[in-house]
Design a protein around this ligand. Structure first.
Ligand SMILES: NC(=O)c1ccc[n+]([C@@H]2O[C@H](COP(=O)([O-])OP(=O)(O)OC[C@H]3O[C@@H](n4cnc5c(N)ncnc54)[C@H](OP(=O)(O)O)[C@@H]3O)[C@@H](O)[C@H]2O)c1
Length: 343
């Protein structure tokens, strides 16, 4: 069994190592052992490995990155009633998926619908569930209005899911990207939504032209850093900045934002809090994710797949500007064991 691990935070190429061992974990009561086939490299996984600027470095015993992926249930522990043995499942939250095996509670192993490829299944949970959480936060902040909402990094995997959700719900969305080529790509995918490149000197005026005099009601931001202040300037009085990522390097002090004078709200959203949603909401979210994987696999785009052992090349690709989709770490299936990870 191969496992990627690190004992301190730092540059992935420096701190990640591949360990091989004979030992394979066993599922406990209510758990299943999943032979992992495909796992994504999400920006959040890289933050876990490398840390965030300005935050103290963390050290652990050996830690294996990855929170989701897909595989086949290899064995089941006592008291697992669902017929999961031998089934393809997507898993989340499942800390340590960058390994050949992971043990998860049986109720977090989501059956992959027939016809959904292994690669799509590996991307089925984290981003779609995040978009459900973001959408709820946007609805709450809009208090019945239909926008305008401004989102950053609109060409990201999450950004495209947000665009699709906005189109479905008739939400007025303005898309921001950082480059002209990125704007062309997003504009082709969602021609009815304005798209603006922040490399243009007048990008804020362009947003104001689309948003109208009052400004945008909600900003959905995963860039952060110095951009935060510019985004806050575009909010209408009483508007909300929803922060859910940190793609840029820098930081903005809270005091630099006109929170009090303009009664702005800043809130965070994290998929790591998804487990605290009600069981009913979680079941609805998972059903949404399964349906999306079947109907719109194009929204769960794969940038490239690399064998688990090629993790350095995979991480380099995951960081590449203008990449489209998510980079996957794969393990080849044994011959004759069904749908392959390379499909
Ligand atoms: N809070 C949560 O629970 C949660 C869950 C999932 C994801 N996220 C966050 O959502 C964000 C997007 O994730 P993803 O998986 O969709 O990413 P992704 O598919 O890897 O896409 C990354 C995108 O970000 C753009 N980008 C990178 N650095 C940037 C910068 N400094 N300024 C502006 N744009 C930049 C890239 O644009 P170019 O084309 O210009 O290179 C690319 O479109 C990440 O911040 C991630 O951490 C948060």
């Amino acid at each position: 069994m191969r496992t990627l691990e690190h004992t301190r935070q730092g540059d992935a190429a420096q701190v990640l190592t591949l360990r091989e061992e004979r030992h394979r974990p066993s599922p406990g009561v209510g758990e299943v052992l999943v032979r992992m086939l495909v796992r994504p490299i999400h920006p959040g996984d890289l933050i876990g490995v490398e840390g965030l600027p300005g935050q103290p470095e963390q050290q652990w015993g050996p830690r294996t990155p990855g929170v989701e992926g897909m595989g086949v249930v290899e064995s089941v522990g006592a008291n697992v009633r669902a017929p999961l043995l031998g089934r393809r499942v997507a898993v989340f939250p499942a800390p340590g998926t960058w390994s050949d095996f992971v043990v998860v509670p049986a109720d977090l192993a989501v059956p992959v619908p027939d016809g959904v490829s292994d690669e799509t299944a590996a991307l089925m949970l984290v981003n779609p569930l995040t978009v459900r959480m973001l959408y709820r936060a946007v609805e709450k902040a809009l208090r019945g209005q239909t926008g305008p909402v401004l989102q950053t990094a609109a060409g990201s995997s999450i950004g495209r899911l947000v665009s699709a959700a906005a189109a479905r719900h008739n939400l007025r969305l303005i898309n921001l990207v950082r480059s002209t080529s990125g704007a062309e790509k997003v504009g082709t995918l969602y021609p009815s939504q304005p798209v603006i490149a922040t490399c243009d000197d007048d990008w804020q005026q362009q947003v104001r032209r689309h948003a109208g005099e009052r400004g945008v009601h909600v900003v959905l931001d995963c860039v952060g850093g110095a951009m935060t202040q510019h985004l806050a300037e575009l909010l209408a009085d009483g508007g909300t900045l929803i922060s859910y990522g940190h793609l840029s390097s820098g930081t903005t002090p809270l005091e630099a934002l006109p929170l009090i004078a303009r009664e702005l709200t800043v809130r965070g959203v994290s998929i790591l809090h998804w487990m605290s949603r009600t069981p009913r909401e979680r079941a609805e979210d998972v059903a949404f994710a399964q349906d999306l994987a079947q109907r719109r696999p194009d929204l769960l785009e794969v940038a490239a797949g690399y064998d688990l052992a090629d993790f350095n090349a995979a991480v380099e690709h995951a960081r590449r500007p203008a990449k489209s989709g998510t980079v996957l770490l794969t393990t080849l299936r044994a011959a004759g064991s069904g749908q392959g990870a390379g499909r």
